[in-house]
Design a protein around this ligand. Sequence first.
Ligand SMILES: Nc1ncnc2c1ncn2[C@@H]1O[C@H](COP(=O)(O)OP(=O)(O)OP(=O)(O)O)[C@@H](O)[C@H]1O
Length: 362
Amino acid sequence: MSTTTEPGNPTGSTTGAPVFSVQNLWKVFGPKADQVPADPALAALDPAGLRARTGCTAAVHDVSFDVRKGEVFVVMGLSGSGKSTLVRCLTRLIEPTAGTIAIDGEDVRAMDRTRLRELRRHRAAMVFQHFGLLPHRTVLDNVAYGLEIQGVGKAERRARAKEIVAKVGLDGMEQRRPSQLSGGQRQRVGLARALAVDPQVLLFDEPFSALDPLIRRDMQEEVVRLHREEGRTMVFITHDLSEALKLGDRIALMRDGRVVQLGSPEEIVARPADDYVREFVRDVPREQVLTVRTAMRPGGCGAPDHPGALPPDAVVADAVKAVARSGRAACVVEDGRCLGVVDHARLLGVVAGVESPAEEAV
Ligand SMILES: Nc1ncnc2c1ncn2[C@@H]1O[C@H](COP(=O)(O)OP(=O)(O)OP(=O)(O)O)[C@@H](O)[C@H]1O
């Protein structure tokens, strides 16, 4: 769902206003955990070394990033890489060991209990995999529950809940109980309940991993749609690379508590930061992720009519079709200006993951 690419910005540093700003965050589990971030010799150890020396696990290891307003920020990694711990630290569902976290510039680590409750209820609501629906309440009352806690009056909360139930595609199911719903429908209720309180940020903890593949795809599309329509900021945990590539504007790829690469899906696939990331993305169909902006030979085509004009965010798969159909190179055009040219050699080079010096005439 990425709409913004950042050529030449493989670290994914921010350009938009941050909602969450995280600096040098650590979460260490184990005895004398707070000594680990402060001691450079301990901080430099790998997980096995740290465990042997101290009995500790650095679930989050000196992590810094911003979540920008309106983006879908995906935290991805294998099981045990630290995703859940990192995202729970954002609202202090898990207390960080060291580092700073700010939401809209406000220090989260300095918040008292009342302020924290307010943060979790109104500003950064979590959608869990096991959505914790109340079994004896109807769909409508489950969705209205968050509003009830906020003290919203009955008529208003029912009206708002009804609106949100329709938004997530559960029209007509308002009076059912959770046991009368499928897994995907229950997940929608969980999503609706989080949306009802209109939080600034939605935090999703592997929400769809228990769903079967078709329902999972439906829910992913639902998230894409909600994001497109509402532009809500979302932080989304997944261990599934294709889900991350589909949903993320940017992806933080974690390994052993560290963020090994932070960037757009295209950056991660086109320019893996190290061998670990390269191996991770090895089987990604590159032509579905990389755009012609990456594939093109920069520079104008010189032709007046820009043959086969493609927008710069067209994926390589579309360019392959266009070039195969016309039998000639195509221009990459933005606002009537030719940014570059893609030809057979460049497209094949991108698909194969090799540089392609050969050039063909437009
Ligand atoms: N309460 C705890 N005490 C000790 N170690 C913990 C605790 N919680 C998590 N860990 C360890 O921290 C590391 C990161 O765990 P975390 O649950 O954040 O990973 P994850 O990437 O979310 O994994 P999964 O995808 O399996 O949920 C793991 O090594 C885990 O064993």
